[in-house]
Design a protein around this ligand. Sequence first.
Ligand SMILES: Cc1cc2nc3c(=O)[nH]c(=O)nc-3n(C[C@H](O)[C@H](O)[C@H](O)COP(=O)(O)OP(=O)(O)OC[C@H]3O[C@@H](n4cnc5c(N)ncnc54)[C@H](O)[C@@H]3O)c2cc1C
Length: 764
Amino acid sequence: MIREQAVDKRTPKTIRHDADLIVVGGGLSGVCCAITAARAGTRVVLVQDRPVLGGNSSSEVRLWVLGATSHMGNNNRWAREGGVIDELLVENLYRNPEGNPLIFDTILLEKVILEPNITLLLNTAVYEVEKLGEKISGIKAFCSQNSTAYELVAPLFCDASGDGIVGFQSGAAFRMGAESREEFGEKFAPTAEYGELLGHSLYFYTKDTGRPVRFVPPAYALDDITKIPRYKRFNAQEYGCQLWWIEYGGRLDTVHDTETIKWELWKVVYGVWNYIKNSGQFPEAETMTLEWVGQIPGKRESRRFEGDYMLTQQDVVEQRTHPDAVAFGGWSIDLHPADGIFSEKPGCNQWHSKGIYQIPYRCLYSHNVPNLFIAGRIISASHVAFGSSRVMATGAHVAQAVGMAAALCTQNQLLPRDLTEPTRMQELQQELLKAGQHIPGFVLQDSTDLTQQAKLSASSEFVLNELPADGPLLPLTSSAAQMLPLPIGSIPQLTAFVTADQDTTLTVELRRSSKPFNHTPDVTLETLTIPLRKGKQDINLPFKSQLSEPQYVFVTFIKNEHIQLQYSQLRVTGVLSVFNKINPAVSNYGKQEPSEDIGVDTFEFWCPERRPAGHNIALRIQTGIRLFSPTNVRNGIQRPTNQPNAWVAKADDVNPTLTLSWPTRQKINRVELRFDTDFDHPLETVIMTHPETVGPFCVQEYVVCNDQQERIYHQTHNHQTSNTIRFDQPIETSSLTIHLKKSTSPGQADFAPASLMEIRCYRE
Ligand SMILES: Cc1cc2nc3c(=O)[nH]c(=O)nc-3n(C[C@H](O)[C@H](O)[C@H](O)COP(=O)(O)OP(=O)(O)OC[C@H]3O[C@@H](n4cnc5c(N)ncnc54)[C@H](O)[C@@H]3O)c2cc1C
């Protein structure tokens, strides 16, 4: 028994943790920062004030994780973020294609607790910052569940808390609201009437119980639905993220008024459900009930901290380059009216760029608190640029750069700003690329990688001379284009296969992107007008253009309702078809065309369709396209960009094999392999279900053999992009052979020839 005498006062139990890096906030940015840093050898404490990880993506809030892929609704091809965030999303696809938010929670928790370098404090809120001079010396936190106070001490801190609790208390310069047009020359800067802050949202889920269910609204529910100008948009089918526009608070203080905002959102949510259940307009809702209502509002915007650089609209739209680029973004600039659900205006105003844009490192630390990194939605960006950088996969990708930077600072006893020195920056960028981060325009150059000196030979090399005419025949009701990667030089002779229901004319355009690394077909090189007779026919496409740079061309079939276009079953790494359709979820109405000069581009959207649709357009390609060489596995780029950047075996190769050989025996104790998990796919975490648990391009089984043809590693259930093979004792061999095994065969649905994006080998 414990019995204590009465005393004047007691202090809570206090535990002190010393670490290299304290990460505050366990949203996706905090999680990806902590894991990246921990894997690079940094001792991390991750402090999260809620019971699970994920922030807005957790089961408490239930937002789908998005980034540059933008629901596959803009022209950013192969743009899913790499590194830890990719690992999490690919794992979620594997375990949770149904999009259950609880499963995503378990994945985040598992990945964090499996890192021996991370100390995780859940239900623990940071409430105080201590400083020594300009630097933060420690922070204080309290866990109400175990009634314990924590003193967290480290040389480096990362604020990934969304509202910037550490930045705020440590005196870091910040902004809240919107910059004027004049400050950075941003033409899309909003007026005060539109509003300067994005509000919070609360979601709800519903379910059909199969029997009538009553709903008696709580007294605080909104009683008059017509107070919501757009109330007629509500229906009994939409829930969760689909109702993102239940937004409120953009005219209030989105930090300190959060509880007020939450009550207003609850009022709206229960008022909306009352309308759906009891207005008599939705008989289909008779058997439906509320399954879940959010209790923690999803916060979109509050403080943005000032770094040595502020990302602006022009960085996003013009895709400006930066020597210290460490991550990328690609979501549209997406601003909302401050009146949110009570506004007459559309719920959002989204404008896309023609491709992904670089995010510089100088946006990721405070300019006046020397040991403070900033990550997530609070990075140094103007309100307009924040409109794009704020989404979770982008925030996570940026935070991985912070995690790696913290590791380099720890190893070399540096402060965040010290890494802007060019040699240090190069080291940071190279370490990030090794960890799977994609930095547009940057290539991994690793002299310690033994693959660079190896002779590479493959059992076969795919030549794109045919996308066989064995897929569906589909009406050309929307314009469709086949993307083909090409080297410098002439366009191969192409033959397509069509059926016309009457004599008509087919227009085929050859297009390319004005910037070779983009996939916006904004330059038309030539146009063919081809008379068709009624019936099935092969059509030759004798393009005469020359390419002066390696890039994708778009063989573009302009819509004609009298024509059906033949598609192919064959899927190939780095080869895609795209369509000029609409996707209202991301303000894609086929073409982006601002009615006034708001500093964004006019261009068309050409986007892929999701599997099981989205077949390639059947083509015969004379001379064939030879861009799938084994040497691609060491070209330093791990995804398709302006070229496929993959070794692809021939479709009929029954034992696809890649061999690395050296003139002398090598000692190897680590092999890194990167597979194609389809960086074009957004892998939304909730609501949107996915038809597969592993993408068709990903090799699931492979065997690695030494120079005696002995099996030294066998993987049977791969679904991940990145595979690291470690040997306890270095193997000695003059060759490594990787046998890839495919589970589907040519002609089967979703067959894709075996491919590999990268191999690296190390003696450590
Ligand atoms: C309704 C809505 C719709 C959106 N739509 C999308 C979308 O579709 N896809 C998308 O990717 N993004 C979307 N966003 C944007 C995105 O969710 C946020 O910008 C993003 O979550 C910010 O990431 P973060 O890690 O900075 O913050 P958060 O995700 O908010 O994570 C911060 C974490 O820090 C914790 N924390 C805060 N204070 C403390 C403290 N004192 N101590 C310890 N921990 C603390 C919080 O509990 C939280 O878990 C949307 C946002 C909203 C609100």
